[in-house]
Design a protein around this ligand. Structure first.
Ligand SMILES: C[S@@+](CC[C@H](N)C(=O)[O-])C[C@H]1O[C@@H](n2cnc3c(N)ncnc32)[C@H](O)[C@@H]1O
Length: 191
């Protein structure tokens, strides 16, 4: 066997988690690949919200999902998710850093990323999932990575399962995944 790479594993988790009719969020739309994947998983039902601060990214994403009428591609920071998304969500995906073939000076930043993650966690339904792909090799990346990890580490284990998926013997700060699942709280069945 071959251990699954970080991006395929991220998609695998979303596939397991998202069901038709879920509302879902792509917090960093970029070229729209993750938005399209979410649109396919929800099969045109539920709502897909995609955010990006770059006009080019919003246009590229709108074009990629033009066959789906349940996708809202929003030109705004993911720090404002709460203004647009009021209902509970089944999943949210973050692909941090910069757009590979875009302007490398436009990066996700610790403060806004953290605010957006907290809003997504707050909106999660039971067994819902927030997946965050973290890149830390660029300037500002390690600050953002540390902020996300500090937050993820303190989430109470009674309410959330938090996973880190990382290849630990690779050079050049390869991306790794943090997944936050809201637990289905069991009834108290003490004997
Ligand atoms: C690594 S790329 C995302 C790639 C994307 N998931 C795809 O499938 O092509 C990161 C994106 O985050 C966007 N971004 C940066 N800061 C943001 C913010 N505050 N709110 C929303 N998007 C932001 C960038 O413009 C960039 O397009």
């Amino acid at each position: 066997m071959t251990l699954m790479r970080v991006l395929p594993f991220t998609k695998y988790l979303l596939e397991q988690s998202v069901t038709i009719g879920d509302n879902v969020i792509d917090a960093t739309a970029g070229n729209g690949y993750d938005t399209l994947f979410l649109a396919q998983l929800t099969a045109g039902s539920g709502k897909v919200y995609a955010f990006d601060i770059q006009e080019d990214a919003v246009h590229a994403t709108r074009d990629r999902v033009k066959e789906f009428d349940n996708v809202d591609v929003i030109l705004d920071s993911h720090a404002n998710i709460g203004r647009y998304v009021k209902d509970e969500i089944g999943a949210a995906v973050f692909n941090l850093g910069y757009l590979p073939k875009g302007d490398h000076s436009i990066i996700t930043k610790a403060e806004t990323t953290l605010s957006a993650i907290k809003q997504c966690v707050h909106l999660l339904k039971k067994n819902g999932l927030v997946v965050i792909v973290i890149y830390s090799g660029h300037e500002g990346g390690s600050e953002e990575r540390d902020a996300v990890m500090d937050y993820a580490l303190q989430l109470p284990q009674t309410k959330f399962d938090v996973l880190k998926y990382q290849f630990i013997n690779q050079q050049h700060s390869p991306p790794f995944l943090v997944a936050i699942e809201k637990k289905q709280l069991k009834n108290n069945t003490s004997k």
